[in-house]
Design a protein around this ligand. Structure first.
Ligand SMILES: Cc1cc2nc3c(=O)[nH]c(=O)nc-3n(C[C@H](O)[C@H](O)[C@H](O)COP(=O)(O)O)c2cc1C
Length: 209
């Protein structure tokens, strides 16, 4: 299947059948998401992977009882830090040094560049910036799930403050920003056969040749 076939196959599934995504397939989707691009490569987000039915049941009312919360196999909750700190930058520098076998002191210039950016922003701006990066990861996860023939519903229809409380995110300095239900479409889902509605290429693109 080509990427175009996969993207036609996928849709924001409204009803799932409760079947489980197997470990190997889940791992592939998570690894693809891990490989997502981010500004500076900082990956300023954490992703909770929830399969516990009790936790999903607690979250359901906070997502307006949208059925995908309960009927999904796994629910991914994309979270951003309340504030991006020097510790985040230092941890990233250490990862680069270790992965590429270089001395962390050689990365001082890069570290200063990132620190300069974050020091010039308020914590609200950190969250906005981090959220943009998290949405790129969300897009990567959507494409990877489609390639694996796993249904996926990106969702903003939830109360982030309620999710944060239920998941104890403030204790970890995190805030939820968007969620992704993974699972398999139910035959009852009328939308599964609906043709995709997208802007025409003429309306979407403006070529400056
Ligand atoms: C950021 C984002 C938030 C969304 N929130 C919800 C949601 O809360 N519930 C839902 O059923 N669909 C949600 N959707 C799905 C969109 O309605 C859907 O992607 C859009 O109508 C295009 O249809 P398709 O993805 O099925 O091709 C969301 C999509 C995105 C990208």
């Amino acid at each position: 299947m080509s990427i175009i076939d996969n993207l036609h196959w996928r849709y924001a599934t409204k009803r799932m059948d409760g079947k489980k995504v197997n470990h190997e397939t889940l791992d592939l989707i998570l690894e693809a998401t891990q490989l997502s691009a981010s500004s500076y490569g900082l990956q300023p987000y954490t992703i909770l992977v929830i399969s516990d039915p009790e936790i999903k049941a607690k979250l359901s009312p906070a997502a307006y009882n949208q059925p995908q919360i309960i009927e999904s196999s796994h629910l991914l909750v994309f979270c951003v830090p309340e504030k991006i700190t020097q510790e985040h930058v230092d941890a990233y520098m250490n990862d680069i040094a270790e992965t590429r076998g270089i001395n962390v002191t050689d990365l001082q210039g890069f570290s200063d560049t990132i620190s300069g950016t974050i020091n010039g922003l308020t914590s609200e701006q950190h969250q906005v910036w981090a959220t943009k990066q998290a949405y790129i990861a969300l897009g990567t996860a959507l494409a990877a799930a489609a390639e694996q023939k796993v249904d996926a519903t990106p969702m903003e229809g939830f109360s982030a403050p309620s999710f944060d409380t239920i998941l104890n995110l403030p204790e970890q300095g995190l805030k939820s920003v968007v969620i992704l239900a993974l699972g398999f479409r139910s035959e009852e889902d009328a939308l599964s056969k609906a043709p995709k509605v997208r802007k025409s290429k003429e309306a979407l693109y403006s070529f400056l040749n």
